[in-house]
Design a protein around this ligand. Sequence first.
Ligand code: NDP
Ligand code: GDP
Length: 325
Amino acid sequence: MKTALITGILGQDGAYLAKFLLEKNYKVYGLIRRCSNPNFGNLDYLKITDKIEFVSGDMTDECSLINIIKTIRPEEVYNLAAQSFVGVSWDQARLTTEVNSLGVLYLLNAIKLFSPTTKCYQASTSEMFGNSFENGLQTENTPFHPRSPYAISKLYAYWITNNFKESYGLFCCNGILFNHESPIRGREFVTRKISEGVAKIKLGLVNEIWLGNIDIKRDWGFAGDFVESMWLMMQQEKPDNYLISTGQTHSIRDFLEIAFNHVGIKDWEKYVKIDPQFKRPAELFVLQGKSDKAKNILGWVPKVNFEELVKMMVEEDLERLKSDK
Ligand code: NDP
Ligand code: GDP
């Protein structure tokens, strides 16, 4: 039985990846940070909470990471823990940097010193590209130009991960993942905010959704598909970095239209209000990734398309709200 440690296991990707690895018969350890009432909601949703062995630690506490790596010596570590919300990273830039940048350095050091055969996956992001693209698309070779404290913190993590591979021969890979969503996406992210808002409007619980810039475009995929690529990267003979995307880009307006149409509302514009507080000091206008390398080498392709994703999210929020009633 292979062993894997997932940091950020209580988050969206942590939960989907844990389910995926359990189905592959892994022993899964999940790092969780101490809090009075940990939220196992995502793992409960996927019905796997009692199958995980939880270990207590924090990305900002180097000793806790050393102790965990030294004790478990997992074959694979998936570093998904992060202050992952771009919007808040301007207000909490230091925390974002401590978790997303220094946390990765601490983890890699722990691996290097106490379990150098452990493979490590780093959750890198399309945010690192900013508004940079070539022929309208981002690839592994597109120059980075991060535009938020979050993106900058992740760029450090990207390079320190490469550096530990090049300097010490560790098996480290970066997955440069474009936005991926699901019914357990954090509620402050725009897709989930819309799916939940639309479900609430349909059920007569609220009358409007307040958003920022709805003209921006993202390459949105399904988290359940994307976690498979993380595992595939770790099964290769040599560590490398891969861009993971659907190759399609859609605006928030497209998302709104499909979501509202799905519940039978055509005149969606009257329910959507704009609030400048949701606009960002520096914006990324269009993301669209070319994941040919992942397709050719990993054999990875996404399965769920944009329309299916939007409908799945709205449907699940409707169900959840109905059962909450
Ligand atoms: P989530 O925000 O859902 O999950 C992040 C997890 O990190 C949470 O469970 C959180 O714990 C944990 N965490 C935060 N701070 C610490 C800390 N100091 N010590 C230990 N754990 C901590 O993110 P996603 O699942 O959506 O994303 C997973 C990773 O992928 C993140 O690194 C994100 O930045 C990256 N990414 C995500 C993309 C996406 O579209 N989803 C796109 C590209 C990259 P707690 O539950 O206690 O709050
Ligand atoms: P991100 O791509 O990781 O920042 O994911 P988000 O879902 O937080 O944001 C995606 C895009 O939606 C960004 O360009 C935001 O500016 C835009 N957006 C517009 N309105 C909102 C909103 O109300 N909330 C959030 N989170 N994003 C919004």
